[in-house]
Design a protein. Sequence first.
Length: 238
Amino acid sequence: MIWQMLNGRHGNNLSEGEVKMYHFNYVPSKQLSPIKKDLISIMNSVQNFVCHDFTFQFEFVGSIQQEMVTQDIKSNIGFDFDVDIQVNDKGIFSAKEIKNKIRTALDKVAPDFGYSHAEDSTRVLTIKMKDRINARILHSCDFAVVKCYTDASGRECQKYIRFHKKQKTYAWEEQTKGYYLLSEKSQWMKDHGYWNEMRKLYLEKKNNNNNPHKHSRSIYAETVHEICQKYRITKGIK
């Protein structure tokens, strides 16, 4: 049995010293489909709000791509989606201006679909669908603002807008290596018989996560990296 504190992102209804047991399992795709449809509508509206300043494409990433969205039905956490917002900015706006413009647009649109206003954390903006009567988060969506580029060696790279809370500053920072080639690495594991091991380890990490600020996309990337390290697939996915 896994026991851990429930606070921060996972709620803060427990007093000090109380613990919560996690029982994450995978959410059926039919349950996710209508929610994903609403999130696409929200993103389309956000695109319209910011189009006079810059454009962007968006993509569902991480566990949702692989049908590995998880939920602990005994907790108030709910399940979450991960979306990358890839901006096409010509350098006119600062990292802070870009993220604030997207956040402002989300705040105009998301409540019409029943979501909360966006919360700004280190890596992402988060909107939540809440059951206020029962003090539960039904589900949420994390939006990372990113931009892709090719470095001098021809390698495809990505930066994301990071919020430095202590300094209250925003900056474009290089994506950590574990976030690269996730789809390609996942396909490699499927093709070579490691996928069930991947799914098992991901659930294990979710159930053992004692960092309330560690989002699912980070745990997913960490799991992919660990399996790849184990089988020495860290470079050159074929």
